[in-house]
Design a protein around this ligand. Sequence first.
Ligand SMILES: *[C@@H]1O[C@H](CO)[C@@H](O)[C@H](O)[C@H]1NC(C)=O
Length: 234
Amino acid sequence: MQRFLALAAFVPATLAQTYYGCYTEIPARALTGSSVIDYTTMTLADCETHCTDLEFDIWGLEYGGECYCGNALAQGSFPAFATDCTMPCPGDETLATVCGGPNRLSLYGTSAEPPTVTPYPHDPVTETQYEGCWTEVSGGRALAGATAFSLSAMTTADCGAYCLHSGFTWFGLEYGAECYCGGALNVNSTVAVETDCAMPCSGAPAEVCGGSNRLSVWRWVAPVVEGPEVPDEE
Ligand SMILES: *[C@@H]1O[C@H](CO)[C@@H](O)[C@H](O)[C@H]1NC(C)=O
């Protein structure tokens, strides 16, 4: 009996804790409830304890030692590439646990369901359409909005989701691992021969992710509405 009591004293009040993934930070903070920063001793448990003691449902670890709590994600925070979160938690001697990354949150919470995401505003689009292989521009970017990289997890769908969540309807994949977003292609980008785009995507070898200075360009479009046939006038 005594043995059970002794054990119970060491078992923390366990909450249902779910890892939701690696999420983007925003300049004004994705989680604004409370924060604690410690670049030398932070652990996943420290952040969970800090946030749940204050009765927050969601918490995220960023840049190794930063812990943020909240009950909802601010607009503009959304799932990023898993490989963006790779900074070890400094308080874990094994360095086996991950505490986010630069501008990325390893996001946890008490609910089994991930929190609602509110993307940046964008047109009501639902489908992607391939626009061809296009040249990169010198001294700039063919698509100059948001940027994402992943040496092991880049896919066409993930780049498309990343760009749409960032508020951009055009997206392009370059050099196998790079994702660029924009509102339109730079006027100096020109269509290239299709065979110039031949590099496999780092996260999906069967997909093409551009080439050297070449982008596989896609665009989000509204669904095609099947309307009634318009009769010929005559
Ligand atoms: C297009 O190229 C011209 C000539 O190099 C340059 O002056 C101009 O700024 C470029 N336009 C854009 C939008 O980058």
